[in-house]
Design a protein. Structure first.
Length: 120
């Protein structure tokens, strides 16, 4: 089973420096920097460091994603640098338990010929 590069706990991305979530999306540099994560414990969300030093990282993405991400930010994200990039149905943090359904993950990976890819 293949895996995408970011754990589900890192879904709370914000554009620019991200004091709230600890994950910053930088379109100019084409990077996502992970410094902290939301962790769901007993139904509550807490902000915590990644489980290991390797979890603190910067991940590059291709330039071809920049226009798509820019359009997504303009349509779905709030205007400030602490707004979430990807949200749950009511605008809050996209929780681990509803990610696959809310994102249409299975259909998306099947459409690109990558059925069986996990996001973990």
């Amino acid at each position: 089973m293949r895996q995408a590069g970011l754990p589900r706990q890192s879904l709370a991305l914000t554009p620019g420096p991200a004091p709230r979530s600890g994950a910053a999306l930088d379109l100019a540099a084409r990077t996502v920097s992970i410094r902290r994560q939301y962790v769901e414990t007993n139904g509550s969300l807490l902000i915590a460091p990644p489980k290991s030093r390797a979890g603190v990282r910067t991940v590059a993405f291709p330039a071809t994603l920049v226009p798509e991400l820019r359009e997504h930010l303009e349509t779905y994200a709030g205007p400030d640098n602490t707004a979430l990039v990807f949200t749950g149905q009511r605008g809050g943090v996209l929780r681990r338990g509803n990610f696959r359904k809310a994102s249409g993950w299975s259909a998306a990976v099947a459409a690109i010929g990558a059925a069986g890819t996990a996001f973990s």
